[in-house]
Design a protein around this ligand. Structure first.
Ligand code: NAD
Ligand code: IPM
Ligand code: MN
Length: 352
């Protein structure tokens, strides 16, 4: 019997709701494909912060290190400042485990529709490869001159050669296994230190991949292209912030935030990788039972793939497609009236 130890951190808001449904589906897949998922649930969240003053215990990262994978809902909720909740849990975990790839595949699934009119599934299929460990997300900087008219804030970005090269190489490898097209998001016309450095490394790595059609595009123009000509986009590589923004945009054109999964990967496999939806805790719909659990379920499929359970991973994504294609159990964001649990149960049943 193959057994995997999974750390589950449902977190806040709809994170808790969608993780419940995803576990339902994943447990069904495990039973059908003959392996075990041994879940350990951690209550690390804004609720915990309000009780104890910290998002996770001091040895939180150490406790996660023994698991085969981490399954995260979402963190952040009104009442706790976002920089406190996110820098107290999500970002430290990504960094401690060198999860330097944030892999965010999006495609238009059967039975769902794009906000872009007349676009087919074949035209809307891309992967955002987001740098996940450095860049614009940094604690360097500060605020100065409080109360004075000249008050200002400084925010430093950190781009290392190792960090930039490894994410770009990962994206080239991935593009090589897909359509062989890679576009790098840049802004070297406005950001004159880090972005030219990024572009230079991109050009160096490109020389090792003559079979991949590589191109760079300014992030502003790329955002427009993603909407007007998504069919030209296969793999996108971007810095931490650019990748973050582009992934919500890519999700929006392929059925919405409720559909987009994400893997925080440590490619050497030295540390656990972490799987979550692209979306957040959605306080505006939390507690109503109407969140779309598909993104979290597909993140579960990515986790199974990562664990080497390829058949089970395919069964989970296949079940999502079957249920969506049938048009039953659609949540309100998909134009239906089903609940989170209704859609989750339908997908679990389709797994068998
Ligand atoms: P959000 O992704 O939570 O919500 C944006 C919009 O999309 C909302 O209108 C929401 O209702 C909708 N939406 C999101 N997921 C949905 C789903 N599964 N089904 C239906 N509708 C869905 O983004 P936000 O409002 O900017 O952030 C809310 C909180 O979540 C903040 O505290 C933020 O910092 C945090 N956040 C956490 C993560 C994470 O833990 N990985 C990611 C993003 C945001
Ligand atoms: C995401 C989120 C986080 C990020 C926030 C909540 C810090 O938006 O995972 O996409 O920007 O990484
Ligand atoms: Mn984001």
């Amino acid at each position: 019997q193959r057994d995997y130890r999974i750390a589950s951190i449902p977190g806040d808001g709809i994170g808790v709701e969608v993780v419940t449904e995803a576990r339902k589906v994943l447990d069904r897949a495990a039973a059908r494909y003959g392996f075990g998922l041994e879940w350990t649930r951690f209550d690390w969240s804004c609720e915990r912060y309000s009780r104890t003053g910290t998002m996770m215990p001091e040895d939180g990262v150490e406790r996660l290190s023994v698991f085969d994978a981490i399954f995260l809902g979402a963190v952040g909720f009104p009442g706790v400042p976002d920089h406190v909740s996110l820098w107290g849990l999500l970002i430290p975990v990504r960094r401690a485990f060198a999860q330097y790839v944030n892999l965010r595949p999006v495609r238009l699934l059967p039975g769902t529709s794009s906000v872009l009119r007349d676009r087919t599934a074949a035209e809307l299929d891309m992967v955002i490869v987001r740098e996940n460990s450095e860049g614009e997300y940094s604690e360097l900087g500060g605020r100065h001159g409080s109360g004075h008219p000249g008050e200002f804030a400084l925010q430093e970005s950190v781009f290392t050669r190792v960090g930039v090269e490894r994410i770009i190489r990962y994206a080239f490898d991935l593009a090589g296994s897909r359509l062989g097209r890679l576009v790098s998001a840049t802004k070297s016309n406005g950001i004159i230190h880090t972005m030219p450095f990024w572009d230079e490394i991109f050009a160096e790595v490109a020389a090792d991949y003559p079979e991949v059609a590589a191109e760079q595009c300014h992030i502003d123009a790329l955002a427009a292209r993603m909407v007007q000509h998504p069919e030209r986009i296969d793999v996108v590589v971007g810095s931490n912030l650019f990748g973050d923004i582009l992934s919500d945009l890519a999700a929006a054109i392929t059925g919405g935030l409720g559909m987009a999964p994400s893997g925080n990967l440590n490619p050497p496999g030295e540390y656990p990788s972490m799987f979550e939806a692209v979306h957040g805790s959605a306080p505006d719909i939390a507690g109503k039972g109407i969140a779309n659990p598909v993104a979290q379920i597909l993140a579960g499929a990515m986790m199974l793939e990562h664990l080497g359970e390829h058949a089970a991973a395919r069964a989970v994504s296949g079940a999502v497609e079957t249920v969506l294609a049938a048009g039953e159990a659609a949540t309100p964001d998909l134009g239906g009236h089903a609940t989170t649990a209704g859609l989750g149960t339908a997908i679990a049943d389709a797994v068998g």
